[in-house]
Design a protein around this ligand. Sequence first.
Ligand SMILES: Nc1ncnc2c1ncn2[C@@H]1O[C@H](COP(=O)(O)OP(=O)(O)OP(=O)(O)O)[C@@H](O)[C@H]1O
Ligand SMILES: O=C(O)c1ccc[n+]([C@@H]2O[C@H](COP(=O)([O-])O)[C@@H](O)[C@H]2O)c1
Length: 192
Amino acid sequence: MRKLKVGLLGGTFNPVHQGHLIIAEQALAQLQLDRVDFLPDFLPPHVDHKEAIAAHHRVAMLQLAIQKNERFGLELAEIERQGKSYSYDTMKELQTQHPNVEYYFIIGGDMVAYLDKWYRIADLIQLVTFVGVNRPETTAVSPYPVQWIKVPAFAVSSSLIRTNLSQGRAVRYLLPDLVLDYIKEHQLYGTR
Ligand SMILES: Nc1ncnc2c1ncn2[C@@H]1O[C@H](COP(=O)(O)OP(=O)(O)OP(=O)(O)O)[C@@H](O)[C@H]1O
Ligand SMILES: O=C(O)c1ccc[n+]([C@@H]2O[C@H](COP(=O)([O-])O)[C@@H](O)[C@H]2O)c1
């Protein structure tokens, strides 16, 4: 039986934005995946501290953002496990639970250079295929077996959205309308 090909887009999603949706859809189409699951972290595994709003808000916004795409899903393993969200721990758990699934872990092209800093990277590359999101004009290289996809650059980030929101600047169309409505309704990121 053919294994199911599932993409995972891991991140903090603080908040989710169009850049995330664009790369998930491109990975789905270019690699002919069956599904892409968004994987929100509980605590980002970086050495430097990264603040994020409560997980239930980040998850609620993700649900609103993906609800119209039947091939997008949510993977809540890291939220349920709590603690630091090391990808190795997550993939070990998911592979054990779903042995009939082949996982593709989607990461921004800039992050590929830092893969050697990831927790148990040598073991992790046995569990997933990394998908590097590259810009059309650049060449992609890595000592690790990364499968590259080319996606037009859309330079939005969650930090930019948080900054704009807190300073009353425009963010419409940088993220889905429903997510922006949720942010305003719950007065997140300094909105009122
Ligand atoms: N505009 C974008 N284009 C391509 N990849 C992106 C973009 N924004 C985020 N990503 C990738 O999506 C994944 C999850 O990102 P994350 O949730 O940390 O969002 P972020 O916008 O990078 O957040 P922050 O600005 O808070 O650091 C990462 O692999 C990141 O590289
Ligand atoms: O496991 C690690 O050591 C590790 C180090 C850096 C990043 N990651 C994962 O990579 C994904 C994107 O990270 P970030 O910080 O860009 O949101 C997210 O799922 C993180 O858990 C994982």
